[in-house]
Design a protein around this ligand. Structure first.
Ligand SMILES: [Ca+2]
Ligand SMILES: [Ca+2]
Length: 337
């Protein structure tokens, strides 16, 4: 012991000397005083979006829309995304149909052999990263969750990828920027305030041009969609459902329809339209489920987010106004297949 103690002291001294050499705090000049320089802005991030709990794609910092499915709604695969991208976001902001925003600290994604689940063979691999894992793969994950590379590199399936944040969520986005004015006013069927006669007449005029003689189920939302200080209205119109729960389609009324119109001070612009002439094929069913107007890219012009329901699956998509007044689908996902 006696011979070892000095060696230990020497080692300790050398270690302290080395530490001091690495930390020249005492000799460092004070930081330059630069109060006039603007704070450095955080780097622009890619933003990921869900519509009605289904992942639809992203917007890159360069302004490129990356859709998870084919934007022609043929549901062919679109761009490839990885689990690491979606699980690694620092936050998701989600919205209710009145436009109010909320912050999510987790989401549910069914990874196992459950409806909408993906890769049942990976259920056990995901379990250690889940909160409240139920053992069946219908798991809640914190945001962000850092996955190991073998899970982070797994490709998001384009046939359906659920990110369930809240049952009232109509849209979620991985950004803290507010994408929608709160307090949106909805009118029409199912709401306290009816659609206006002008809105009903505009829909009927388009239906007549397309050989359809039918009442319309109308839902309307009022919003200043182009941020010019004047409010406009988006009108969602579709074949009404009868008391039996089926859409009221007959040879007499000519077929099934779905319309989204932008009504701006007497002018009517078609945002989206779909018509199916009557046949005895009862599978031609499509009904809108509006999510609402959201400015996803922050350019001051609101995109339209919606779901189109079919018999047993649905398309979830984002329509964006193009120069010249046409509207195109820029992001699309699918559920229920
Ligand atoms: Ca306006
Ligand atoms: Ca926009």
């Amino acid at each position: 012991m006696k011979t070892k103690t000095p060696r230990l002291l020497v080692l300790l001294f050398l270690l302290l000397a080395a530490l001091c050499a690495c930390s020249p705090i005492a000799d460092e000049p004070p930081a330059p005083d630069t109060p006039d320089e603007p704070a450095e802005l955080p780097a622009a991030q890619e933003i990921y979006f869900t519509v009605h709990d289904i992942f639809v794609g992203s917007l890159t910092p360069e302004g490129k829309w990356r859709s998870v499915s084919d934007t022609s709604l043929s549901f062919e695969a679109g761009e490839a995304f990885s689990m690491g991208e979606l699980f690694g976001q620092s936050c998701y902001t989600w919205y209710t149909q009145d436009g109010a925003s909320h912050t999510a600290d987790s989401f549910v994604s069914p990874v196992g052999n459950v409806p909408g689940g993906f890769f049942p063979s990976l259920t056990e691999e995901f379990d250690p990263y889940a909160l409240e894992a139920d053992g069946h793969g219908h798991d809640r994950f914190a945001v962000p969750t850092e996955l190991p590379s073998e899970l982070a590199d797994v490709t998001v399936p384009s046939y359906s990828f659920y990110m369930i944040i809240d049952e009232d969520a109509v849209l979620a986005a991985s950004t803290e920027r507010d994408l929608c004015p709160a307090g949106l006013a909805w009118r029409g069927d199912g709401y306290d305030v009816p659609a206006s006669q002008d809105e009903t007449d505009a829909v009927q005029a388009i239906l007549q041009q397309n050989g359809i003689s039918s009442e319309a189920f109308l839902q309307v939302v009022d919003v200043d969609y182009d941020s010019d200080g004047q409010e406009e209205s988006f009108v969602f119109a579709s074949t009404p459902f009868g008391a039996d729960g089926y859409q009221a389609v007959s040879e007499a009324n000519g077929g099934t329809f779905l319309l989204v119109l932008l009504m701006d001070n007497g002018e009517t612009e078609t945002v989206y339209s779909k018509f199916a002439p009557y046949t005895d094929d009862v599978t031609a069913v499509f009904a809108p489920r509006p999510a609402g107007p959201f400015d996803l890219d922050g350019d001051g012009v609101y995109e339209v987010c919606m779901t189109e329901n079919y018999w047993e699956h649905a398309a979830h998509f984002v329509l964006r106004r193009q120069p010249g007044g046409t509207w195109e689908i820029v992001l699309a996902g699918v559920s229920g297949t």
